[in-house]
Design a protein around this ligand. Sequence first.
Ligand code: PLP
Length: 361
Amino acid sequence: MNHVFNFSAGPAMLPQPVLEQAQREMLNWQGTGMSVMEMSHRGAEFMSIAAQAEADLRDIMGIPPNYKVLFLQGGASSQFAMIPMNLLRGKRTADYVETGDWSSKAIHEANKYCNANVVTSTKASSYTRIPAFTSWNRNPHAAYLHYTPNETIRGVEFPFVPETGDVPLVADMSSSILSRPVNISQFGLIYAGAQKNIGPAGLVVVIVRDDLLDNSVSGTPSLYDYQILADNQSMYNTPPTYAWYLSGLVFQWIKQQGGVASLAATNARKAQKLYATIDASHGFYQNPVEPPYRSRMSVPFMLADKHHENLFLAEALESGLANLQGHRFLGGMRASIYNAMPEAGVDALVDFMQDFMPRYG
Ligand code: PLP
């Protein structure tokens, strides 16, 4: 098979032109005769790659100067612990919004360090909506409020940003960063595992407001202390240099696409086409998420008749549509349509779904 549209959730969905550029530069980066992988992370070449990546991310996200940008390892899950370690600032409680499997994991981890006050939870109804902000039971003593703007597995996305006033807002943007513009100054801290819209798995990007840096709880390991990491430009220990470099190529690609706003328009069209196909199928395809909260990045769907699922997946693959199997928690199908998925891929999927339905409906 020469070409497939890969609907996998990852790890790592990189735009094709970025992979091609990385291939061209693999053995000889800009005439140095070296691969980026082999360069000293403290040498002039890699320092310029790192600085450019940060400058480009600041540019495409509009990150103000009073925020640090950290390129760390340990994936998004490392932040489930690092956030309470660094942001409790002497308090004993933090607010958490439970809207899916990832926020639930964040809550589990935070409870090791504080009382994670669950302000609202949709667990009992299988995570298919986002409760109105006004209904949340916030604790007036909370050190911060944590939420997950896009719950990757269930495909549930916030249509609003919670307005928490003086309480720092913390967002796990692993599966939504760079998919639409955000106003950084609404947030105290944003983190994102790289593997959806940034770069290879393992890297996590943390964007944190300066006043939240210097407050880690005693006993915090140096490697997990934001202030120490910021003071060392994310090089307290050997950083994941190749992942950092590839992320920088993705940021440049985003600029070439016209920036995040332009990607957001494409993403909205991609998602709309897919949900319209599901909703017009009279139940042949089903997505359980209430329409205002449907994700533009990860679209789970089921077939009314489960017996046809394997056939759907096999025929889809024959048509060049790969990795549409659903998450192991949910079964069914899932189309991950991150920035790297071209609109033509969604068009091909929609054509396939419309062709499959009358044959098995
Ligand atoms: N948070 C969200 C929203 C995710 O989608 C993921 C993984 O996809 C994670 C956290 C965990 O990321 P990692 O595996 O990089 O730790």
